[in-house]
Design a protein around this ligand. Structure first.
Ligand SMILES: [Zn+2]
Length: 114
């Protein structure tokens, strides 16, 4: 039996199923890649939304023995925290407190008092 004869004949059921499996494995790989891409994109979008949300809010760093309590902008990196942000109204109330100082770096009082 020559090579040509071999190629011209019908594939056996076993060959068909091997080819099918190969194709399905390729498809699974493609779908897995797409899922990873979408997971990364979704994660980035979630972080972007959280950052945008934090940027419009404020947070209070509690008083410690050596330092007074500080008011920060929600996205100030000096006092990282997840959630627990306060509204503009609460930030204005906090600023009026004598024992809460605005952060010198992120200047949370800019645009808040005027
Ligand atoms: Zn700050």
């Amino acid at each position: 039996m020559s090579e040509l004869d071999d190629r011209s004949r019908e594939p056996t059921p076993l060959e068909k199923n091997r080819a099918l499996l190969e194709w399905l494995e390729y498809q699974v790989g493609q779908v897995n890649n797409r899922i990873r891409e979408l997971e990364v994109a979704e994660d980035q979008e979630r972080r972007r939304r959280e950052a945008a949300h934090a940027a419009l809010r404020w947070k209070i760093q509690p008083q410690r023995t050596t330092a007074t309590a500080l008011l920060h902008r929600g996205d100030c990196t000096l006092y990282p925290m997840d959630g627990g942000h306060i509204s503009r109204e609460d930030a204005m109330i906090a600023l009026a407190e004598p024992d809460i100082e605005p952060c010198e770096i992120c200047r949370p009082d800019t645009g808040l008092t005027s």
